[in-house]
Design a protein around this ligand. Sequence first.
Ligand code: SAH
Ligand code: MG
Length: 221
Amino acid sequence: MSNINHDYIQNYINGLIPKSQGILEELENYAQDNHVPIVTPDVAALLSILIKTTNTKNILEIGTAIGYSAILMGKAAGESFKIITLERSEELVKLARQNIKRAGFEDNIEVQSGNAEEVLQSLEGVYDMIFIDAAKGQYMDFLKLSFNKLKIGGLFICDNVLFRGMVAERSLLIRRKITIVKRLKKFLSYISGHEAMQTAVIPIGDGVSISIKLKEAIIDE
Ligand code: SAH
Ligand code: MG
């Protein structure tokens, strides 16, 4: 129960999505057994469609975990794509690199080890899409440090923005999550109101925000 949708809607939608195959199926099983919070099938389908419709080739991801979403996005991007993905857990960096190699994407997907706040300071390049799926309390920092790396017309996408419904509904709020929820609410209101982007918040998975960059701006909330 994610508290985002009725269970019957969620189950129905997930039932429509074809089962993954090969390495993605393996990684889904691994994630399930080891409690790794990979993107849900509905979010995976949305990411894949967004990448295909926008002909996205250069992606920056924050939060690699086992490399599942990076591999999935790579498959959607088709020929000659490049993904830089950031992960702070050394152990997961190793595992992700192994999985990426097994997927045959070692030349296309680069896992950079370290805290995204630090790695982003020295990261070069301009990206067609930025996908954030890491510490939810830091989304505003990630936006600040990466918005100038997104091309105009590019998509800035964030996972888990509704955080089990807690962002929208007080009665769901768990005490120890108050700070994260406050930060997410501030973040969503910021990206929804900022003149340099347009944002849609989609209630699938754990909540996804999709923002298009309309013009250059310095992000300083
Ligand atoms: N995107 C992945 C799942 C990522 S889970 C997928 O769908 O397959 C979130 C990951 O972000 C965790 O592995 C965690 O270690 C990492 N993370 C959280 N905060 C981070 C930060 N500040 N810098 C780098 N990695 C971070
Ligand atoms: Mg997520």
